[in-house]
Unconditional design. Structure first.
Length: 427
């Protein structure tokens, strides 16, 4: 009888019908193997039925192993796996089919809420996300944090919900472009619309850095061109308008002091909210407010504090701790109220305030105008207002060395002289 080896040798003989001989020999000597191969072949030739899920084996102490199901949705496999509770494939498939709609819906709903929760919490007070982000980005002062939080909660999230956008990958540059258009339809100025993108961009930079998204859609967003007509011109009072207004008795002491501090120092609103009596230092016989946290790096500076203003603040602060903010938690409404109280003292109507766009922040613009009118020089913006500081100016007024300290005190005394001449009217 011919063996398998003999059958293979026939392959070298072209005169023999070797294919038929080989098939016969395999059937005789390996009938079980041939049957198994036929079963595999039949199974592979059958058209596969799409089930929308995969079953994966996982070790189990009680059963040895169990099947976990992983579903596909929208052409992609979901990252989560669900325990079917069985090691029998037929039962696992039945579980997967019966529960697909429910489990996938639960997963998507959970993921949707996670995106909105993340957005809502990113700029919250003491947010872990923000604490982590500030180690790699610039720190936000309190007023900026509140402003950014308001933008996300009151503008961005409602926009996303209205368009049923529930996951970060769906927030594309086209979506952000639509968001800009949406802002413009709300009569928001282009410059403001551009600023609204900033807190959104910071969040997406964080997501990209942490590997939660691949691309930052904000990188492809084009800022809206701002024309002169789109820029709101902030008004302020004429230089001689405030003469002796702070020598009077006001009904609202907080409004009085809030106006006094901005018109006499030119500090930013957020800086006024934060400073404490402990931040006041004396250099060369002049008092300065040491601003250690500001909107920008250039904002970290020393601001001259007139003796008249210091005495008023000391009385108002009373028994507060030196590190406690003088005005406590100053809300925006207090600034608005202070601006209106000043307008009343100057006999300026609310209609005129609106028409001229005079706000509380106008006090900072007034201070700059006043100092320029008093002949203090253009470098006042760099020295005392917290604008971008050039290297030469920073060196010239560096209070850590003797000459810089001397220059700083000289400028401060000029500030006090101008305030005495135009506001407090002292000889």
């Amino acid at each position: 009888m011919m063996g398998f080896k003999d059958a293979l040798n026939l392959l070298n003989d072209p005169q023999q019908n070797w294919v038929q001989l080989l098939r016969s020999q395999l059937l005789i000597e390996y009938p079980t193997v041939i049957k198994a191969l036929r079963l595999i072949d039949q199974d592979n030739l059958q058209k596969k039925r799409r089930k929308g899920f995969n079953l994966v084996k996982r070790e189990n102490k009680r059963l040895g192993f169990v099947y976990y199901v992983r579903y596909s949705h929208g052409g992609k496999m979901l990252p989560t796996k669900w325990n079917t509770g069985t090691n029998i494939m037929a039962d696992a498939e039945r579980f997967a089919l019966d529960n697909k709609a429910r489990l996938v819906e639960q997963y998507l709903s959970s993921r949707d809420s996670k995106m909105y929760d993340f957005l809502e919490n990113f700029y919250c007070l003491n947010s872990n996300y923000l604490v982590s982000d500030e180690k790699r980005s610039r720190s936000l002062v309190e007023c900026s944090r509140k402003e950014y939080h308001s933008v996300i909660v009151n503008r961005f999230i409602p926009f996303l919900k209205d368009r049923k956008i529930k996951v970060f990958p769906d927030i594309t540059s086209h979506v952000l472009d639509e968001f800009q258009d949406h802002l413009l339809t709300k009569a928001i100025k282009p410059q403001t619309a551009n600023n609204i993108i900033k807190p959104i961009s910071r969040i997406f930079k964080y997501l990209q850095r942490k590997g939660m998204i691949q691309d930052n859609p904000c990188d492809k967003v084009h800022y809206i061109p701002v024309s002169r007509g789109d820029m709101a011109v902030r008004g302020c009072y004429e230089v001689d308008k405030l003469k002796k207004v702070f020598n009077r008795k006001w009904k609202d002491e907080r409004s009085y002091l809030l106006c006094l501090i901005i018109y006499a120092t030119g500090m930013r609103n957020c800086e006024i909210q934060q400073f404490s009596m402990g931040d006041i230092k004396i250099i060369g016989g002049c008092r300065f407010i040491d601003i250690r946290k500001s909107k920008t790096l250039s904002g970290i500076r020393l601001v001259p504090l007139h003796d008249f203003v210091f005495k008023k603040l000391r009385v108002y602060a009373g028994q507060k701790w030196p590190s406690e903010p003088v005005f406590g938690k100053t809300k925006i409404k207090y600034f608005t109220r202070a601006n209106k109280e000043l307008a009343k003292c100057l006999k300026v109507s609310e209609d005129e305030l609106l028409r001229e766009n005079i706000t509380y922040y106008s006090g900072r613009h007034f201070w700059k105008t006043l100092m320029s009118a008093g002949g203090l020089g253009e470098d006042i913006e760099e020295i005392f207002m917290g604008h971008k500081v050039s290297g030469n100016v920073a060196k010239l007024y560096n209070h850590r060395d003797k000459q810089g300290k001397k220059n700083l005190v000289k400028k401060a005394k000029q500030v006090f002289s101008i305030l005495d001449r135009y506001i407090f009217v002292r000889r």
